[in-house]
Design a protein around this ligand. Structure first.
Ligand SMILES: [Cu+2]
Length: 330
């Protein structure tokens, strides 16, 4: 009996760790303020000319918001629109988060800053080598500067494995189809797995993981990390169906050696033009319900005092008009 229990625990542990095997990513979060770095939004990827941009480099599972220590220090470079490269000095910081077991903790991360001194698109590129994951991880993201200065977003920065976007990675809205090309040493990386994953804040991550595990108990991580394959030319497509920060990464598997991955991090805007939010809909229907109640009350009064025909219709029409007026005022 004791032995059976031991085996159950072991099997449980194996299942648990298998369930945790979703994708690590090197997250690059531009932010003005270290205390709000996890509330990253598409606006953080926009810069004014002359602005100092600070990027925070964090290692973890974006979808579940699980963090790990980022060690050793990453290499961070800024590729400017004119082709020049600035190697950035990194400094170690500590960020709060949850570990794989869901416990709160502090994690080693890094930050680096540079001045956005040219109009156009600067590319922040990070190289991180994870011994644990046996992975050389190249991640890049685009900092955009200047109205209608849409230059530089499709540049290659010479990462060993690199994702080159076919779609300009700013101004993308939820539901847009993203397509890109995976390169390895400058040539098409064909027939390779491309992972696609969205970032969540800690609270949102905990909730969505709970929901996913309830809905898909047989394989919840299948919705954390999506997969698509590159074709013979290294090309791939994927629909980014939600607003937020996304990771799109192609991996070159190397037998017996570290895998080499190239990841593009890109922000996706909420659908534009803005549709009426569910909050407004709720208020509206409440007002609608109020109007209906009034209508009913008036109807009852009408029934008591008089049986003149047409009263109900008049009240119904005026009720609808009231609802319409309320709607117009929104
Ligand atoms: Cu992972």
């Amino acid at each position: 009996m004791k032995n059976a229990l031991k085996y159950l625990v072991i099997i449980g542990l194996i299942l648990c760790s298998a369930g945790m095997a979703s994708a690590h990513f090197t997250m690059i979060f531009p932010s003005d303020d270290e205390s709000t770095v996890f509330d990253v939004s598409p606006e953080d990827f926009i810069a004014d000319l002359g602005e100092e941009k600070t990027v925070y480099i964090i290692w973890g599972h974006p979808y579940e918001h699980i963090l790990f220590d980022l060690e050793p220090a990453p290499t961070v470079s800024a590729y400017k629109p004119d082709g020049s490269v600035e190697e950035l000095e990194v400094s170690q910081i500590s960020v709060p988060g949850q570990d794989e077991e869901g416990n709160d903790g502090e994690f080693v991360a890094y930050k680096a800053s540079f001045i956005v001194d040219q109009m156009g698109d600067s590319i922040v590129a990070v190289k991180y080598v994870s011994e644990e994951e046996e992975l050389v991880d190249y991640t890049k993201t685009i900092i955009h500067c200047g109205e209608e200065v849409w230059e530089g977003w499709d540049a290659t920065v010479g990462q060993e494995t690199e994702v080159v976007p076919y779609v300009r990675p700013y101004g993308m809205e939820e539901g847009f189809v993203f397509s890109g090309k995976a390169l390895y040493e400058g040539k098409a990386l064909s027939d390779s797995i491309v992972e696609v994953e969205k970032y969540h804040t800690l609270e949102a991550g905990r909730q969505i993981v709970e929901d996913a595990e309830a809905l898909f108990p047989y394989d919840a991580p299948m919705v954390f990390t999506r997969q698509v394959k590159s074709d013979a030319d290294g090309d791939f497509v994927y629909t980014l169906d939600e607003p937020g920060i996304w990771y799109v990464g192609a991996t070159k598997e190397n037998e017996g050696e570290y895998s080499v991955r190239g990841v593009l991090e890109l922000p996706v805007l909420e659908a534009f033009p803005i549709e009426e939010t569910p909050v407004e809909t709720v208020i509206l229907s409440e007002e609608g319900a109020e109007a209906e109640e009034e209508e009913e009350e008036e109807e009852e009064e009408g029934e008591e005092s008089t049986s003149a025909p047409g009263f109900e219709a008049i009240f119904a029409v005026s009720g609808m008009l009231a609802v319409l007026c309320l709607t117009r005022r929104k």
